[in-house]
Design a protein around this ligand. Structure first.
Ligand code: 2YC
Length: 279
């Protein structure tokens, strides 16, 4: 899991309106609408539930410690979506105690290993990796009005790729799983087809370059830069990239234009928050 730095997130809060407009033009839907689609939720009902749902974001000092602006940025994304959100004054245990004492509906907190949300009423836990994979898969589908029977390459078969793959299968896509560590791809296929019909809908790809030209969609969930070389970016390729850093060069982004969805925190936080509200 890539640990964000302040430079990755310091401008998010001030740019949320512009970001949302850009998302609307790329996918045809807003941040909240995409999050609702990620969890098959009714957006109108969700909007009402969100208004009275309080989420306390707790800074965590363990490990490498606080990331400047991290909790504040998470909180601002939640407020942008309409939640009652705040960052606890105290960090760690004090912060958790205050959220419980003030009867928050949910908390969000992240150490170096995991970023979770917990609904304090239902005890539901939402994990950033799974939620991020899921919502970026929903965004990829919305970019093209659905991906039933389309061939999608999932690059990176870790927790984010797994969350995306599950959602993509649920949307009817055919998956080509790729990971630079090939056993990871086989392990993910095993998980996805364990008891699930769908063996025929999932293949393993070991030669990315020769296969990408047959895939009109890529879900890029690796922590590496330039995983998709410019020369492999065709006119019809669409990419949804939860991977941090972005695996596409500056020139590659110019070629893709609005056929690319990528951010470092917004979509994942929106997915976590919507998942917490739902029963
Ligand atoms: O400021 C704080 O409370 C820090 N303990 C936060 C550490 C977050 C570490 N994780 C990341 O930087 C990201 C997550 C947002 C998702 C994957 N990596």
């Amino acid at each position: 899991m890539t640990r964000l730095i302040n430079n990755d997130i310091c401008e998010i809060s001030s740019r949320l309106n512009g970001y949302n407009r850009n998302l609307q033009s790329t996918t045809g839907h807003s941040l909240l609408e995409i999050a609702a689609r990620a969890y098959c939720a009714d957006e109108i009902k969700l909007t009402h539930q969100i208004k009275t749902f309080s989420i306390h974001v707790i800074p965590v000092t363990s490990g490498q410690g606080i990331i400047k602006n991290f909790s504040e940025t998470v909180c601002n994304i939640l407020k942008f979506l309409g939640f009652k959100a705040l960052v606890t004054i105290e960090s760690d245990t004090f912060g958790l105690a205050s959220a419980l004492e003030k009867k928050a509906d949910a908390i969000m907190m992240a150490d170096d290993e995991r970023f979770i949300g917990v609904n304090l009423n239902t005890r539901k836990v939402t994990d950033n990796s799974d939620a991020t994979g899921r919502i970026f898969a929903a965004a990829l589908s919305l970019m093209n009005g659905g991906i039933r029977d389309a061939n999608v390459m999932v690059m990176g078969c870790g927790p984010v790729g797994e969350g995306a793959a599950k959602k993509l299968l649920g949307l009817g896509a055919r998956l080509s799983l790729y990971d630079s560590d090939l056993p990871m791809a086989y392990s993910l296929k095993e998980k996805l087809t364990n008891g699930l019909v769908g063996q025929s809908r999932i293949q393993i790809v070991d030669d990315f370059a020769s296969h990408v030209l047959k895939c009109p969609y890529i879900l890029e969930a690796t922590p590496s830069e330039e995983t998709i070389p410019d020369e492999l970016i065709s006119d019809h390729l669409r990419v949804s990239a939860p991977g941090v850093p972005l695996g596409i060069s500056k020139n590659g982004r110019k070629i893709l234009k609005n056929r690319l969805v990528h951010d470092k925190l917004e979509l994942g936080v929106a997915a976590m928050a919507v998942n917490l509200v739902l029963n």
